[in-house]
Design a protein around this ligand. Sequence first.
Ligand code: PGA
Length: 257
Amino acid sequence: MSRQVIVSGNWKMHHNHYEAIQFVQKLAALLRTSPLPAGRQATLHPTFTSLRSVQAAVESDAVPVLLGAQDCHAEDRGAYTGEVSAEMLSKLNVSYVIVGHSERRAYCGETDEVVRAKLDAVLRHSMTPILCVGETLEQRQAGDAFAKVSSELAAALGKRPSEVVGALVVAYEPIWAIGTGQSASSSDAEEMAAYVRREVARLAGGEAAVSIRVQYGGSVTPESAAELLACDNVDGLLVGGASLDADSFAAIARAGS
Ligand code: PGA
């Protein structure tokens, strides 16, 4: 079965809304000249303050990208100063929400329990979570990479209906590869993506394992994208630094076609 390939640009804390609009206009022109291949989906994950502007720019130029967010709160509303709920994101036509990015786990103290609750919130509002999992360098060197990924998957996906799990996106992002310029090799990415699928089969059954989409993330570039996308079990890419430039994001989104 050929799964739909999904390439996502995680802008992190970059691009104010003026820069975001310029990006979308440039991307629109690039994708008009050279469209995305069939079966390819692209998502953009700007900061909360740029979501509305990006949505308007995407709609007015009919850019073939879907709107994504980088995070959300687990509750729908309440006394949580500074937070943004999944419900609010869904009202802005957000389709995908990154959940449990390693930067949020590390800098904002997000535990597996918090990540699971955020995943619940995203699903409650009919959006698709991109669940991030991945090991640190120390864990990889100690031979614990698979155990780490397994425990993050079990905490977030355990005891969920098969059809729910099968519709998700999991991003395997080795922490040592994020923002370091040191991408995982395609064979390491493939090995872990295949493992993610086996774990999903264990947690939610074989059908979920076939239909779930597994992204690789960590220092993806236009040069490395095609080889990573050629891996049997890699259905997409989660791109940070290289998604900030429209030329480079467009090249990655079209890679291998
Ligand atoms: P990077 O970030 O591409 O800059 O390594 C990836 C990510 O954190 O999603």
